[in-house]
Write a protein that binds this ligand. Structure first.
Ligand SMILES: [Zn+2]
Length: 458
């Protein structure tokens, strides 16, 4: 089984190497900003000509928005725009133009409805101070050193890695991996190289292929499993919050940039800003580690994992929930479970966004009209069940897997199927107790859409 995977290593750059990388990242930004300015100018020009009634065939020719067209335009203009272009690898300019082409495509796809999710804005210019420096190499000498402590990249040469590259080096030596690209970027004050790699993976199956687990992601716990296990929330953000508040105070007392007066930030402000960035990066790293450990364990053990389709973007707009939601990484759990389940030969089921997993009794199926967030224990009015709120939800999620299985034909129902059966709106449906009726076999899950998509590896 072939899969695309990323390997990311921290780098220890020398000051000279850092300057060269920054120069390349700057070159990427120059190409990006140049391309964006060109695209905008042509768009404005054509709009103006149209407003004068110029016929379409006499308009200024439109500039192609794909990478090839942008690259062609750049190569024609680079001697004027960037006479120093030969000092940087052509991959640097390519990075910027590729980013621009993607940004333009995302914008137009979003506008025409080809792209799901939130509206994507028109690409904006990148600033030297605010953009994350990054450069991507797709061709040339990209190697991982035999000593497993270095990587070799075009123009940048031999870069020392902060950690061992053995995981990737072993695969490369065994011939089960092929490097597609390498990206060098700075996040949180630290440089990393990320290799995009095509790997040949052995087929795997979960240790309990028949087992089902429902995962309810929450705020009080990182996750509650239908098995009754409560995975504690790492709460790294809360632990580090005090330190971050102190650093933010420190930063506010120092002289920062002022756009109106053109004031440059002081060196002391810059130092404080870097410390804040490092504190944030640490929190993000700890969080990512906790999530990966949980999702790897789940995908390795259970044949079926059921998660909820939470409206993460909507929750992030609710500012009171936002920080904790972001800390718990709701959307990230769903994403990781998806690819890890597939990689391990399991399947993931996503419950419909409107499925009332919290309001339904996991024992008798009665649905409550209302259940405020502060009520932590579910007490059923019909059968008297009293259960932790999140555990009740997790059990309901696990029950969906059984419905999907019964609704199709046998335990492999829904192989490769992508079901999108949504009820019209936020309606609370009463579920029948027990598995679905036998006469409801077919492709539609019972009760018209408790499951939104079923993905199964082959
Ligand atoms: Zn009940």
């Amino acid at each position: 089984m072939k899969a695309i995977q990323a390997y990311r290593f921290a780098l220890d750059l020398t000051p000279l190497q850092e300057r060269v990388v920054l120069a390349h990242a700057g070159a990427a930004r120059v190409a990006y900003n140049w391309g964006l300015a060109r695209v905008k100018a042509v768009m404005d020009q054509r709009a103006a000509e149209r407003s004068y009634g110029t016929p379409d065939e006499l308009l200024t020719p439109a500039l192609g928005w794909n990478l090839a067209a942008l690259r062609k335009a750049w190569n024609a203009a680079k001697s004027d725009v960037a006479p120093w272009w030969a000092e940087c690898s052509k991959e640097a300019f390519n990075t910027g133009l590729d980013n621009l082409a993607r940004g333009l495509k995302n914008w137009s796809d979003s506008r025409t409805g080809k792209r799901a999710g939130r509206r994507v804005g028109f690409p904006r210019f990148k600033s030297r101070r605010r953009a994350t420096p990054s450069v991507r190499f797709t061709t040339g000498a990209i190697r991982v050193g035999a000593d497993r402590k270095h990587v070799v990249l075009p123009r940048l040469g031999r870069l020392k890695t902060h950690e061992s590259t053995r995981k990737l080096a072993r695969r490369l030596e065994a011939g089960t991996a092929r490097i597609l690209s390498a990206t060098v970027r700075r996040d949180g004050g630290r440089w990393h190289v990320a290799f995009c790699v095509e790997v040949e993976r052995a087929e795997r199956i979960p240790t309990r292929p028949q087992a089902v687990v429902g995962v309810d992601v929450g705020i009080t716990h990182l996750a509650v499993l239908s098995t009754g296990e409560m995975v504690p929330n790492p709460r790294h953000l809360d632990e580090a919050a005090q330190r971050m508040r102190r650093l933010a105070r420190q930063m506010s007392r120092r002289v920062g940039p002022d756009r109106r007066t053109g004031l440059r930030p002081s060196n002391r402000w810059e130092r404080a800003r870097q410390q804040v960035a490092r504190a944030h990066a640490r929190v993000a790293n700890l969080r990512r580690d906790g999530l990966h450990k949980l999702t790897t364990r789940l995908a390795g053990e259970y044949g079926t994992i059921v998660v909820e389709d939470l409206n993460v973007a909507g929750m992030l707009r609710n500012r009171r929930l936002a920080r904790q939601v972001a800390d718990a990484g709701f959307g990230e759990i769903r994403r990781q479970v998806a690819y890890k389940a597939e990689r391990n030969g399991g399947r993931r089921i996503v419950a419909d966004r409107w499925y009332p997993s919290s309001k339904t009794c996991s024992d008798c199926g009665a649905v409550k009209a209302k259940l405020p967030l502060r009520v932590r224990t579910y007490i059923c009015d019909s059968c008297g069940l009293a259960l932790d709120r999140d555990l009740n939800a997790a059990r309901n999620l696990a029950a969906i897997a059984r419905e999907v299985t019964t609704a199709g034909s046998g335990p492999v129902a829904g192989r490769g199927a992508d079901r999108k059966t949504r009820p019209g709106g936020p309606v609370a449906m009463k579920r029948q107790p027990g598995p679905a009726q036998a006469d409801k076999t077919g492709t539609v899950p019972p009760q018209g859409g408790t499951c939104r998509s079923v993905a199964r590896a082959h």
